[in-house]
Design a protein around this ligand. Structure first.
Ligand SMILES: [Zn+2]
Length: 299
């Protein structure tokens, strides 16, 4: 099945219309897809982890903070054999240390191990990342400049979102927020709409707080974010963490996949991480390890 036909099927599902022809696709999109199809792009392979909550402290409830180091080591062996193009960490890399100095030490420890796995890495900000640190301190610790941005790889468009903003638009940082008050800021939302408009490539989004639920784990203004995704017509899937358990919803033809937290449970059988392959036609296959579920979605 060619690219044009695949996109047509997605449009069909979105609109709920029984009639579809190539003319239903905007000319610019069609041209881009055609060019993309001619480029014989390769599949993109991504290693995914979330909610590591690393801290050198005893377990609390089901969270085994110190064991994250061993679990990440196990994941790194799998990644070494699968050779992902890049890694994405979906937030809460660290937990919430009592002092900035201690937190920076924990961040350095976990990120040194994480950075050794793969040269290219992307970090989604989690609420815990900026519980003790400021955004600037966290980003400096992982050698990144921006908390939200996009990039292209092999004909796929990727977006990293930051939902660590309070309802009043102020950035989270240094215990100035309540974790249930998660928002995509007005400025970021405007950027997102423009970014989605500027690309006609199949798009995959990475987030921490959930964009598919309206409970405490959900981003408060996630309906606006989903609307932007749906209007673009290009978003295939959203990957998120935050609620620590496997979950999958489909809203407006887009998969919202929540990944298992690495920090949950003792022993390597409780680990959670996955390797995702995105084919040029938008087919997504996720190989989950330990507690992480596996999925395969055709376009
Ligand atoms: Zn978490």
């Amino acid at each position: 099945m060619n690219q044009r036909h695949d996109i047509g099927r997605r449009t069909l599902l979105r609109d709920g219309s029984l009639v579809l022809t190539a003319t239903a696709i905007a000319p610019s999109l069609l041209m881009e897809r055609q060019a993309f199809a001619d480029n014989s792009a390769n599949a993109v392979r991504i290693g995914l982890v979330t909610d590591l909550h690393y801290a050198d402290k005893p377990p609390a409830g089901s969270r085994h903070y110190r064991e994250t180091l061993d679990k990440l080591e196990a994941a790194s062996q799998q990644f070494a054999s699968d050779q992902p193009d890049f890694l994405v960490e979906l937030g809460d890399l660290i937990d919430a240390a009592d002092s900035v100095e201690v937190e920076q030490r924990y961040l350095k420890t976990i990120n040194t191990n994480f950075a050794a796995i793969c040269d290219e890495r992307h970090y989604v900000l989690g609420n815990h990342c900026v519980d003790t640190l400021t955004k600037q301190e966290f980003l400096a610790g992982v050698e990144k400049e921006h908390s939200y941005y996009s990039f292209d790889r092999e004909g796929i468009h990727f977006i990293v979102l930051d939902s660590c903003f309070r309802s009043d638009g102020k950035s989270y940082g240094r215990r100035n927020f309540h974790w249930t008050d998660a928002n995509v800021s007005a400025e970021e939302l405007e950027w997102l709409r423009g970014d989605l408009k500027s690309s006609s490539k199949p798009t995959v989004v990475f987030a921490h707080q959930r964009l598919d639920v309206s409970n405490h784990h959900g981003v408060k203004n996630n309906a606006e974010v989903r609307k932007a995704f749906e209007e673009s017509g290009n978003v295939l899937a959203v990957f998120q963490g935050h609620s620590h358990q496997n979950d999958l919803k489909e809203i407006g033809g887009i998969h919202y996949c929540t990944l298992a937290a690495m920090v949950e449970g003792s022993g390597l059988q409780s680990n959670g991480y996955c390797v995702m392959d995105i084919q040029p036609d938008g087919t997504i296959k996720i190989a989950g390890f330990a507690r992480q579920a596996s999925y395969q979605w055709d376009v």
